[in-house]
Design a binder for this molecule. Structure first.
Ligand code: BTN
Length: 245
């Protein structure tokens, strides 16, 4: 990872740039970084606030060998990588909210967007987009984010070296990808569960179909879906969407 790095000053979204590079044949691990994004994208059609110089806004080209059904596993792997990198570098105990929001004291510090380009059920490539609020100050947050977002600087009480954090994320991605290739999803799922703030909590899930289910999060299934046990003892898999803790 990071053998080829493209650094941009300002861009619309590094997801778009990485996608274009992937279309042109860029190899796995190609990285696009930007100082600022003018229209950063989040999951579920949301916007991602990406102010200049304050965060890590980056996208990585992935070329998985498995079919599309395995991409949720890659999403979780990326979340584990970023979480471990943050903990290792800053000592701040970020936790993962399913599928891969990173929270500190209940506020979001990082988000991951995995997008896939497919052809006849085959994955041509995936783009793992990673946004980390690194050195934003309280006053940098717009009103609508002021109660839900936080930064590593706010939480750790000091500036965090973005370059060192990027290197740590890439190292963790590489380590976990190797583990995944050799031993499958099981060890990744265990790491995810140990870092997760969702496990054993009472949650309400909104699936992509707009259906709401309530219960206790009991773990990940082998595909990477979150398993929720309802009060009636029924186990339901949540594949996409969002949850409330
Ligand atoms: C989310 O939590 O909704 C996912 C946010 C992903 C943001 C990153 S920033 C770099 C990359 N480029 C984008 O436009 N989005 C992702």
């Amino acid at each position: 990872f990071g053998q080829r790095i493209v650094v941009l000053d300002s861009t619309v979204s590094t997801q778009q740039d990485a996608m274009r590079l992937a279309e042109e044949g860029a190899p796995e691990g190609t990285l696009v970084l930007a100082e600022e994004q003018t229209a950063g994208r989040g999951r579920l059609g949301r916007k991602w606030y990406s102010p200049r110089g304050k965060g890590i806004w980056m996208s990585i080209v992935l070329r998985p060998a498995q079919p599309l059904a395995f991409t949720p596993q890659l999403t979780l792997l990326t979340g584990v990588a970023v979480c471990r990198a943050i903990r290792r570098l800053t000592g701040v105990e970020a936790g993962i909210k399913w599928p891969n929001d990173l929270l500190i004291h209940g506020r979001k510090v990082s988000g991951i967007l995995l997008e896939s380009a497919t052809e006849d059920q085959r994955v041509r490539y995936c783009i793992a987009g990673i946004g980390i609020d690194v050195n934003l100050n309280v006053e940098d947050y717009p009103e609508e984010l002021s109660h839900v977002g936080t930064s590593l600087k706010i939480e750790a009480g000091l500036e965090v070296d973005r370059t060192a954090l990027i290197a740590a994320v890439l190292e963790e991605m590489e380590l976990l990808s190797k583990l995944y290739a050799e031993q499958g999803f099981q060890p990744i799922a265990m790491l995810w569960e140990a870092l997760s703030v969702t496990m054993n909590r009472s949650v309400r899930a909104h699936t992509g179909q707009g259906i709401a289910v309530e219960g206790t999060a009991v773990g990940l299934d082998p595909s990477g879906a979150l398993v929720i046990e309802t009060n009636q003892g029924e186990r339901i898999q949540v594949i996409s969407g969002d949850i409330q803790l």
